[in-house]
Design a protein around this ligand. Structure first.
Ligand code: 1GP
Length: 246
């Protein structure tokens, strides 16, 4: 059984999962190891590596190597070819579906697919949807961010992703967003979706983590939290427990 099937199986049994995002631009290998260890102690279920474009393939590779052996999967959250390294357990094969630029929907993916095959990386297709404000990823990915009150549009994109056969849908407000994806939007999308719903961007406290859980998110991704707190275990635990515990 693959890594994604195991994660998916846990969700199907009613668990909610938390993933910690580490950006190699913001953490050298020693720092990444320290953050990842504390996140695992705090109850995170996987470490995602990637996020920005400000790192080299070598830095990406060193970070991935430094966090191996912690007992949780290492998941590549790609931003171009420099994210594709060996040693990870899973690659989120993202399509930024609400981009104005077809390169972000399928073009870059096609140009990198041969490399993914050569590396032998397990993949899961993810319909990646940028929600306002979208932050840097919205700009770089030339997204038309889904307006925060356009729940219908989020549902339409999510259903399209599911019907295209994506293994998950990711509602992304953007790293460091002042507010997370609205609970109303999460709820409406989760009600129609049969594949796991990933939510991220702007979640920094237990209250918003709990709100996302109650609205139906299956997987919560936090990145800024680990950076801003220097991975303080009590703070990470409080957010992770709030998401998983309700
Ligand atoms: C970014 O969704 C993730 O892609 C995490 O966002 O850094 O705001 O937690 P934060």
């Amino acid at each position: 059984m693959g890594v994604w099937d195991r994660l998916r199986g846990r969700i199907d049994y009613g668990e909610r999962l938390h993933f910690t995002l580490i950006d190699p631009e913001k953490a050298d290998p020693a720092t990444a190891k320290d953050w990842a260890e504390r996140a695992v102690e705090a109850g995170t279920d996987a470490i995602m590596v990637g996020g920005s474009a400000g790192f080299t393939e070598r830095e990406m590779s060193s970070v991935v190597s430094s966090i191996r052996g912690l007992g949780v999967p290492i998941i590549i959250f790609p931003s171009g070819s420099r994210s594709l390294v060996s040693g990870a357990d899973l690659l989120l094969f993202l399509s930024l579906m609400n981009s104005r630029d077809p390169r972000f929907i399928v073009g870059i993916q096609a140009s990198l697919s041969r490399r993914v095959l050569e590396l032998g990386l397990e993949t899961v297709g993810v319909g990646y949807l940028i929600v306002e404000p979208g932050m840097k990823v919205g700009e770089v990915g030339r997204a038309d961010p889904i307006p925060r009150d356009r729940v219908d549009l989020a549902v339409a994109y999510a259903l399209a992703a599911q019907f295209m056969g994506m293994g998950a849908v990711y509602l992304e407000a953007g790293s460091g967003a002042p507010e997370p994806v609205p609970a109303r939007m999460i709820r409406a999308v989760s009600e129609v979706l049969r594949v796991p719903l990933i939510v991220g961007g702007g979640v920094r406290d237990p209250a918003s983590a709990m709100e996302a859980a109650r609205a139906g998110a299956d997987i919560l991704v936090t990145g800024t939290l680990v950076e801003e707190t220097g991975a303080r275990k009590e703070i990470l635990s409080s957010v992770i427990e709030a998401f998983k515990g309700d």
